[in-house]
Design a protein around this ligand. Structure first.
Ligand SMILES: [Zn+2]
Length: 79
C-alpha cells in the first residue's frame, strides 16, 4: 500500500506530495513555503521550536502527512 507516492494530496490548506514512503514535500498554500516533512520531523519553524519544548511535537504538516500515510485522504489526481 504505497500508491500515495508521487501524488499530490490536498489536506486542508496544505498540499502534501510524498516523495517516498516516509518523506514528503509539503506546500503551505498560505505562506507558499515548501517544507520537507517526515512522520518525525519537519523543516518548518513551528516544528523546530515546538520540538525543543516538547519531544514528539507534531506540527500541522506532520499531522497532514500522517493522514496521507494512513490513507485518510484521497489523492487529488490519479493517473
Ligand atoms: Zn511543519
Amino acid at each position: 500500500m504505497n500508491n500515495y507516492v508521487k501524488h499530490p494530496f490536498m489536506v486542508n490548506d496544505l498540499v502534501v506530495y510524498p516523495e517516498s514512503r516516509d518523506r514528503a514535500r509539503v506546500i503551505d498554500t498560505d505562506c507558499r513555503y515548501e517544507l520537507e516533512t517526515t512522520p518525525e520531523s519537519c523543516t518548518c519553524c513551528t516544528f523546530r521550536f515546538g520540538s525543543l519544548r516538547r519531544p514528539g511535537f507534531q506540527c500541522r504538516h506532520i499531522k497532514a502527512l500522517k493522514k496521507v500515510l494512513n490513507g485518510d485522504v484521497k489523492p487529488d489526481y490519479l493517473p
